[in-house]
Design a protein around this ligand. Structure first.
Ligand code: GLN
Length: 188
């Protein structure tokens, strides 16, 4: 059985756990460093507030071990704020992040108040009609050629993969369709 670590400091992690369990995976919640030392086959960085998550990662001494594991190839799936944590660059924000993925991200890209919407769009290698819930979402404004673009909505990149890293600007865990999580488990 595949064992997936889910960062459970803040944000929408419970829904990720539900999707994973439905697909027969085991979940390890990461709340402190001791949790991280358990064996795991993959990692999910959920949506929430990336600045808060980043601060907690530092304060709990999780930042460097997680960054190193991703760099060494641990399959990792970041949604929304999780995508922001993985981005090498965020427009107009010099703060340090995990920075393992060769993308530039625009935070709160759809406006702060009217930034939440739901749509269906195609995702390469996954499906033609994937439900996508966007909540104060970022999008990827630039990606290096080594990044595979998986979905474009209204001209903006909203899902991508770079080797062991998968990111979505939307929240697939908030819809009952588990195909994006299934795809992530197949990356392992
Ligand atoms: N706006 C949040 C951020 O910038 C992300 C929103 C989300 O994860 N739903 O961190």
């Amino acid at each position: 059985m595949k064992k997936i670590a889910v960062l459970a400091l803040q944000g929408a992690f419970i829904e990720h756990e539900q999707r994973l369990r439905e697909l027969g995976a085991e979940v390890v919640e990461i709340r402190r460093l001791a949790d991280w030392h358990q064996p795991k086959d993959g990692l999910i960085l959920p949506g929430g507030e990336s600045t808060v998550m980043l601060k907690l990662l530092y304060d709990l001494h999780l930042f460097h071990p997680i960054q190193e594991a991703i760099q060494k190839g641990l399959p990792t799936f970041g949604t929304c704020a999780g995508l922001i944590l993985l981005a090498k660059q965020v427009e107009n924000e010099p703060a340090r992040r995990l920075g393992t993925m060769d993308i530039t991200v625009r935070r709160n890209a759809y406006g702060r108040q009217l930034g939440s919407f739901h749509t269906f769009a195609a995702m390469k290698n996954i499906g033609e009609n994937i439900p996508m819930t966007f909540i104060r979402a970022p999008y990827i404004s630039e990606a290096r050629p080594n990044v595979d673009l998986l979905s474009i909505v209204e001209g903006h990149i909203v899902a991508a993969r770079q080797e062991n890293q998968l990111v979505t600007a939307f929240h697939p865990e908030l819809d009952t369709d588990a195909s994006v999580h299934r795809y992530f488990l197949q990356m392992i």
